[in-house]
Ligand binder design. Structure first.
Ligand SMILES: C[S@@+](CC[C@H](N)C(=O)[O-])C[C@H]1O[C@@H](n2cnc3c(N)ncnc32)[C@H](O)[C@@H]1O
Length: 361
């Protein structure tokens, strides 16, 4: 390389470095104030801003929202400016004044409604769930104790059993997601469900997934199985059978078993134990276990980039909130499924954070 050419390469390298420096000086603020988005969205849910606009039926000015909610208009104005900047509400003009209208995102902040994700946000932003994040680095160090247990003295399920308020928050949060994802699963796995007489949802929470399955396919006997403290609070629904127990002991018999966002709470060894219990429970002729979980992308596996990123965030959540849980790659799923004795498995990617893994008896 000649002297002039070398100079050119060096100056291009310097330019790239300067660009990266400039970018970093801006990017870092995203992490410093990363908590602000969650906190302000939580505040919007607690105030009921989305409900007020929905009830009004059209866009509202800040003064209309503040009178409806009994808020300080000056503070609310700043909250709305922040949320509109993030496109959570839409800034519009109402009779010559500044106002705000709903968006698909703000409707997800309503406590009720088909799209509601409010309970999920209230769970993750609760002091109980936020506290273990403070000991994440201690957990990552060799011999570090699980963060949740370290913070609260017991694992998340024992904590929930002793604190029914928190348990209900977990169940409501899970139900938000189940309401959105079950119709997608039923549609994309219609063939698989059609031949069945019964399905057991293992760790099914308050029974939302099986209620939706039974409503879509009433010929299926739907069993919701969970720990006694969860089942004792689960609402009655026609055609849905609630069974209390411990999946490490045994699983109620059914043609097929369904496990959504359960295995990611446990280590490989524990997953193998749970899957073996599910395998014992299902039909030996045509039984399967449906595992609805994220599949962490390995090169070449297509999943929408944003959803893949949510999968990686969930993996961090598992590190903070469970003892040995984790999100798994396809290879890691293959390992636990094979070790539990299943003959084969397939994977379907759906429009959700989770994919559908079918493990055959
Ligand atoms: C993350 S939640 C998933 C709930 C539901 N499957 C969903 O996706 O909406 C995990 C569930 O596993 C249940 N669970 C934990 N340990 C269990 C056990 N030993 N036996 C049965 N269920 C258990 C919890 O009570 C909780 O409802």
């Amino acid at each position: 390389m000649g002297e002039i050419e070398r100079e050119g390469v060096l100056s291009r390298e310097r330019e790239v470095e300067e660009e990266e420096e400039a970018e970093a000086s801006v990017e870092i603020w995203k992490y410093i104030f990363g908590f602000v988005e969650m906190a302000v969205v939580k505040c919007a849910i607690e105030l009921g801003i989305a409900e007020a606009i929905e009830k009004h039926g059209r866009a509202m000015t800040v003064s209309e929202i503040s009178s409806a909610l009994g808020c300080d208009p000056a503070l609310l104005k700043r909250i709305m400016r922040f949320l509109a900047h993030r496109k959570i509400f839409k800034a519009v003009t109402v009779g010559g004044s500044n106002g705000y209208s709903q968006t698909p995102l703000s409707r997800r902040l309503m406590r009720e409604g088909p799209q509601s994700m409010a309970a999920f946000l209230l769970l993750e932003s609760s002091p109980v769930m936020l506290a273990p994040w403070h000991s994440l680095s201690a957990r990552v160090l060799a011999n570090g104790h699980p963060s949740f247990q370290n913070t609260h003295g017991e694992d998340v399920w024992r904590y929930a059993a002793a604190n029914l308020g928190h348990s209900n928050l977990i169940n409501e949060a899970m139900a938000c997601d189940a309401k959105l994802v079950m119709p997608v699963i039923i549609e994309s796995c219609n063939e698989e469900f059609r031949g069945l007489q019964s399905v057991v949802d293992v760790g099914g929470g308050n029974g939302t997934a099986m209620r939706i399955l039974h409503q879509a396919l009433p010929s299926i006997r739907a069993i919701n199985f969970d720990l006694p403290h969860v089942i004792s609070q689960a609402p009655h629904s026609d055609g849905l059978e609630h069974v209390a127990g411990d999946m490490f002991q045994s699983v109620p018999k059914a043609d097929a078993a369904f496990l959504m966002w359960v295995l990611h709470d446990w280590s490989d060894e524990e997953c193998i134990e749970i899957l073996k219990k599910c395998r014992e429970a299902i039909s030996k002729e045509n039984g399967w276990v449906m595992i609805v979980e994220a599949v962490i992308g390995e090169e070449g596996e297509g999943k929408q980039k944003v959803l893949e990123d949510v999968g990686l965030m969930l993996d961090m959540v598992m590190m903070a909130h469970t003892n040995f849980g984790k999100e798994r790659t396809l290879k890691e799923w293959e390992y636990v499924i094979k070790m539990a004795g299943f003959s084969s498995f397939t994977v379907k990617h759906i429009h959700a954070v989770q994919s559908v893994i079918l493990a055959f008896y």
